[in-house]
Design a protein around this ligand. Structure first.
Ligand code: AMP
Length: 198
């Protein structure tokens, strides 16, 4: 028997929304406030691409074409990250799960850890606004997948493969919708409110 956690601030959260919705920016802010790690699969992949690891070499071609990295690879990566000590009292996953298979894999990982999700934060944005933001980010940060063609592809892949996840989590009563079109500070405040209202 494991002792139940007495840490009342423990949170196991996802942040979901299309590319360019502001997930990464908001995840870092909310995670810091809750003293939990923000775990971005995109960031982990990018670090591996920069480091030219085996995983990075594999991920790069998928990322550059706006496709998802295969589930088996992504799931293993998340499983080891969630097993690290800093994730024991909570985490905010950004960019995972993104497919129905990944939802199932995450369910399995959490049940192995004898825990479950507390909430799914959904950032609601307009597609055309998102394209504009991503084109800007591409210019500022030089992200190789922020070209207009790849952005459109990523939005299509999101609509096809990731949007259906929202229904799954909706049925579990976990989804908290937040307007992602407001200013960065306003969105952070709304997310805070959404979490407090649970
Ligand atoms: P992001 O930074 O979350 O926009 O992710 C950038 C890219 O990394 C995506 O377009 C995918 O190619 C890859 N990626 C990130 N997270 C996942 C995931 N959960 N499953 C598959 N591919 C992912």
């Amino acid at each position: 028997m494991t002792t139940p956690s007495t840490d009342t601030s423990a949170r196991r959260l996802l942040i979901v929304g299309p590319p360019g919705a502001g997930k990464g920016t908001q995840a870092v802010r909310i995670a810091e406030e809750l003293s939990i790690p923000a775990i971005s699969t995109g960031d982990i992949f990018r670090a591996n691409v920069s480091g030219e690891t085996e995983l990075g070499v594999l991920a790069k071609s998928f990322m550059d074409s706006g496709e998802y990295v295969p589930d088996s690879v992504t799931n293993d990566m998340v499983r080891s990250r969630l097993a690290e000590d800093d994730a024991a009292s909570g985490f905010l996953l950004d960019g995972y799960p993104r497919t129905l298979d990944q939802v199932e894999a995450l369910d399995g990982m959490l049940s192995e850890l004898e825990t479950s999700l507390d909430a799914v934060l959904l950032l609601v944005v307009e597609t055309e606004e998102v394209v504009g933001r991503l084109v800007e980010r591409g210019k500022e940060q030089g992200r190789s997948d922020d070209t207009e063609e790849t952005i459109r592809k990523r939005l299509d892949v999101y609509a096809e493969q990731t949007a259906p996840l929202i229904d799954v989590y909706e049925k579990r009563g976990l989804v908290r919708r937040v307007d992602g079109m407001a200013s960065i500070d306003e969105v952070t405040a709304a997310l805070r409110g959404a979490l407090a209202g649970r």
